[in-house]
Write a new protein. Structure first.
Length: 213
């Protein structure tokens, strides 16, 4: 089942529905339906990054999740989009890499995301199932995901699905969709993210965990 809208401006952020399912309840979710929201943070339209996200969300949808995509070209989100992330059970953060580092819109997005240390405002990422997808020109940039994942785990206390995903240009077809092997990996991670989200959400043990500093 997919849930999305076409609001916003491409120069900032847009919400777009993703992989659909045939659930008879439409947009009304039961307590068992995890919600997975992906954010593609890219200063330029990136077909490869977007198609990798869509493949992962297809796996999440197969596992019973409601999925949607938010695109931001400058790292900003409106209140409705922030609320979607806040209400999600799982989050996917995706970005191209430049010089082995994630694109600046993803960095800005994280800079402007609240964190919680127990007394500060609630963080939309604390204790939440999160996966990262980075894309790049070659395998030389694959370590670019490490700093982002360190921030997510240490600074936000997000529960990361491992390993983080990185795909070079050679992982995509001439049409810029994932090759078969990469598509299988992405769908497997989508299913696994849903299972992690089911385990984490509402779990008192995970709710008790906060960043140490």
């Amino acid at each position: 089942m997919s849930l999305g809208d076409t609001g916003g401006h491409r120069s900032h952020a847009t919400c777009i529905g993703s992989a659909a399912s045939s659930s008879p309840i439409g947009v009304l979710m039961s307590a068992q339906d995890p919600v997975v929201v992906a954010v593609v943070a890219d200063p330029y339209p990136s077909v490869r990054t977007r198609s990798a996200v869509e493949e992962l969300l297809a796996g999440a949808s197969d596992a019973g999740a409601t999925t949607s995509i938010i695109e931001t070209s400058d790292g900003t989100l409106d209140d409705e989009q922030r609320a979607r992330i806040e209400g999600a059970d799982g989050v996917v953060l995706a970005s191209p890499t430049y010089r082995a580092t994630a694109a600046w819109p993803l960095k800005r997005l994280l800079d402007e995301t609240e964190r919680s240390t127990g007394t500060a405002p609630h963080s939309p990422l604390r204790g939440k199932a999160v996966q990262t997808i980075l894309t790049g020109a070659s395998d030389h940039h694959f370590l670019g995901s490490d700093p982002i994942r360190a921030v997510l785990s240490g600074f936000f206390a997000a529960q990361l699905l491992s390993p983080g995903l990185y795909f070079a240009a050679s992982s995509f077809t001439p049409e810029k969709t994932p090759e078969d092997d990469e598509a299988r990996i992405l769908r497997a991670h989508g299913r696994a993210l849903v299972e992690l989200a089911r385990t984490v959400r509402g779990n008192e043990a995970f709710e008790a965990l906060f960043p140490l500093v």
